[in-house]
Design a protein around this ligand. Structure first.
Ligand code: FES
Ligand SMILES: [Fe+2]
Length: 391
């Protein structure tokens, strides 16, 4: 693998880390260069905690779901003990990508090529004819040395996070600065109440752009009046404040006037311990590299990115409510539908913009751009995270 400075002039990355009024943003190569993207895969995804899905999308024992991270094939499994496990999605025999589509494996993951088979814990349990016709064992081959390779994983608030290089601190510690920040309105016992909406709980958008644009756009509220006139009608640019995590792992913004206007008198139930004097606060935080979270008194969402290559990204939105009734009953169905539409419309407005950012990165006149010293601070925080961690 190339080194980052073989692809990008060191000065162009160093300038990102200057104080905001003197800094420029990440250079064009960070958005347009395929080789550079492989460095990102290693340094920003494999070496960090990265979201690859949600546990509630694998409901039954034996459910499997493949996930390719910038070309690296992974496999999520709900095992016999009802636990989520993640493996490298490659057969130990000749290296076929083992599972191609989401489904249920019943008891075995069988490779379609020569039928080597694995159980839901990744153990290699069958190797037909390995020792010659009708000899399914071989003294020269030890099955237990050839199980699927497990990836370190953890489930947090339904999100499946992986640390592929197995080098990071435990996720509970990694998330602590953000988790602590949120205890002031979101008590630990309230967090356990979140339930994925049964109907209007999910949508997916395709974005013809680099994954980083979604994160840097999410970090700032500067674009609100022009890109989201609907949202700006009740939550204005001046009602927002910046969030910049230390150590630098997350950034975003908060609003002090969360108060959407939905049709009908009924309202969603709120988290029982959310303080009354903070009812109109909502926070929108991007946890690097690839998940954007939103917490409100009455719902939570996770908007996570599946980077396909340097210029294609899939965006997945998962919406959660407080308790089973709010998430699944008929009573709240119309509200769920409206809330789903609200977020989908907002994210579509953002996708239109960030796709044009990708095109702009082909300009030879662009030098990484400039930040507003007062409005773009969380975006700069993210750029510094990239510029620091990619080397
Ligand atoms: S490649 Fe999987 S069994 Fe041969
Ligand atoms: Fe936006």
């Amino acid at each position: 693998m190339s080194k980052v400075y073989d692809i990008i002039d060191k000065k162009k990355l160093d300038v990102v880390n200057k104080p905001i009024s003197k800094a420029h943003g990440l250079p064009n190569e960070c958005y347009t260069n395929k080789e550079y993207t492989l460095i990102e895969r290693k340094k920003l995804f494999e070496d960090k905690w990265t979201v690859i899905g949600v546990a509630s999308s694998l409901k039954k024992i034996g459910d499997v779901k493949p996930f390719d991270l910038l070309g690296l094939p992974l496999l999520i499994v709900r095992n016999k003990k009802n636990k989520i496990k993640v493996f490298h999605n490659v057969c130990s025999h000749r290296g076929l990508k083992l599972v191609n589509k989401q489904g249920n494996i019943r008891n075995v993951i069988r490779c379609p090529y020569h039928s080597w088979s694995y159980n839901s814990d990744g153990d290699l349990i069958a190797t037909p004819h390995i020792g010659g016709m009708n000899k399914h064992q071989s003294s020269k081959f030890k099955k237990s040395n050839n199980n699927l390779k497990e990836v370190r994983s953890h489930v947090w608030l339904d999100l499946i996070v992986v640390n592929i290089s197995n080098n990071e601190i435990p996720f509970e510690k990694y998330i602590k600065p953000l988790s602590n920040r949120w205890t002031k309105f979101w008590k630990k016992k309230d967090r356990k109440l979140i339930k994925h909406a049964s109907d209007y709980g999910y949508f997916k958008l395709k974005a013809k752009c680099n994954w980083k644009f979604a994160i840097e756009n999410y970090c700032e509220s500067y674009h609100l009046p022009w890109v989201h006139p609907g949202l700006n009608a009740y939550s204005k640019i001046e009602d927002h404040y910046h969030i910049q995590g230390l150590p630098n792992r997350f950034a975003g913004q908060g609003t002090i006037v969360y108060n959407p206007k939905f049709k009908g008198k009924i309202k969603f139930p709120c988290f029982p311990n959310w303080p009354k004097n903070k009812e109109n606060i909502a926070e929108y935080v991007a946890l690097f590299p690839n998940v954007m979270l939103g917490i409100h008194k009455d719902h939570f969402y996770a908007y996570w990115l599946e980077p396909i290559n340097h210029e294609r990204t899939l965006e997945h939105m998962e919406i959660y409510y407080v308790g089973e009734e709010a998430a699944a009953s008929k009573k709240y169905k119309l509200l769920r539908k409206q809330n789903h539409k609200l977020w989908e419309d907002i994210q579509k407005e953002d996708v239109d913009i960030i796709q044009r950012m990708q095109i702009g990165r082909n300009s030879i006149a662009y030098n990484g751009g400039n930040f507003s010293p007062d409005m773009d601070n969380p975006t700069h925080h993210f750029h510094k995270w990239v510029a620091t961690n990619v080397v």
